[in-house]
Design a protein around this ligand. Structure first.
Ligand SMILES: NC(=O)c1ccc[n+]([C@@H]2O[C@H](COP(=O)([O-])OP(=O)(O)OC[C@H]3O[C@@H](n4cnc5c(N)ncnc54)[C@H](OP(=O)(O)O)[C@@H]3O)[C@@H](O)[C@H]2O)c1
Length: 324
């Protein structure tokens, strides 16, 4: 009989994480038994103590989230290459840890999750102009994927300019003149973007209450909403919420259409590229789809088993068809 899997999430303030539900679904789909524990760590020493339990074989796999993603990378003996790591240009914070040949390996599955969720929604980025908001762990993890998917131009805006410039400089080594800094608060050049990827913490953990929407409107009112009403870009919000996220609700009040394609049939295999098709407007449940895809990828790294992401997604979006 296969031994029970002992998995978990290391982070702080993680009691509302959707990961336990996703991995409970993965256990069922993969016909495995196991547990997924939330390790809420007060500090780095606590987090390293949990990483050590993975090293010693007491645990089989870990997810890692804020504020320990950079620590996970530093603590590991090796890291897994993704589009970000091509030619060793740069590394990124890790969200997954696993053991391989007695080495603690750090990986980020966020880029994979983004790619799979975009392609699952039949979004073709080839030749497109993309705006990325945010250069934290998630923004760094997905920036190179956006160029790897064929984006012709990537404008990167971050409240603090230094990280945006550093990311642009690194991306332009691999994709010369494709990335540029977009000053936070300056909408010049944004009216014609085709895709907006939101990766800041604005609205994190919030539902789209009128207060939350007014607050995010004050933070992101500088975006060219009236131009976007006439020519809507695709909005992919990495955040998730019960219903719309505050940013999705703001976009809806500013006239962007709602696209519910992710309620249909996201695919798991990120190498299957759609024929050119450009959905527009707010991609509902994009954050949940990305979360399910990155979780499925982590499960595969821990177990070698691929699981049906659509069924995992159904575990967190009860209204979703899981037979698609
Ligand atoms: N769906 C998924 O699978 C998935 C995966 C990963 C992350 N996420 C979500 O993506 C979001 C970002 O995650 P992360 O790991 O990148 O977090 P992080 O590393 O803490 O980065 C935070 C980002 O948000 C920006 N920010 C924070 N407060 C802001 C404010 N008041 N105004 C403007 N910008 C602000 C930061 O800008 P500064 O540099 O100026 O501080 C930075 O760019 C979170 O909500 C997370 O849940 C979703």
């Amino acid at each position: 009989m296969t031994a029970p899997l002992r998995l978990g999430l290391v982070g702080h303030g993680i009691q509302h994480s959707l990961s336990p539900r996703l991995h409970a679904a993965a256990f069922g789909i993969a016909e495995r038994i196991g547990s997924y524990t939330l390790f809420d760590c007060a500090d780095a020493a606590d987090a390293v103590a949990v990483f050590d339990r993975l090293r010693s074989g007491e645990l089989d796999g870990l997810n890692v989230t804020t504020p320990f993603k950079a620590l996970a990378l530093q603590s590991a003996d090796a890291w897994m290459r993704t589009a970000q790591h091509r030619a060793g240009v740069f590394t990124q914070p890790a969200n997954t840890l696993f053991m391989q040949e007695n080495r603690l390996v750090a990986a980020s599955t966020d880029g994979f999750g983004l790619t799979a969720a975009l392609l699952g929604a039949q979004v073709d980025l080839v030749g497109k102009r993309v705006l990325l908001l945010g250069t934290g762990g998630a923004g760094q993890a997905v920036a190179a994927e956006l160029l790897d998917l064929g984006a012709a131009q990537l404008r990167i805006a971050n409240r603090t300019p230094g990280p945006a410039q550093a990311l642009v400089d690194r991306l332009n080594i691999l994709w010369p003149r494709h990335a540029l800094v977009q000053t936070w608060g300056d909408a010049r050049g944004l009216a014609g973007v085709d895709v907006v990827v939101h990766a800041t913490r604005l609205g994190h953990g919030q539902t789209a209450t009128p207060d939350a929407v007014s607050w995010i409107a004050a933070q992101l009112g500088w975006l060219p909403w009236s131009a976007w009403k006439t020519r809507p870009p695709l909005l992919a919000d990495l955040l998730y919420a019960d219903g719309l996220t505050p940013l999705q609700a703001l976009a809806q009040t500013r006239g962007l259409p709602l696209d519910v394609r992710l309620n249909e049939a996201p695919v798991y295999e990120p190498r299957i590229h759609p024929q050119s098709r450009a959905p527009i407007g707010i991609l509902q449940h994009f954050g949940e789809a990305m979360l399910a895809h990155q979780a499925a990828r982590a499960f595969e790294l821990w177990t070698g088993q691929r699981v049906d992401t659509q069924r995992m997604l159904a575990a967190i979006l009860p209204g979703l068809r899981s037979d698609g």
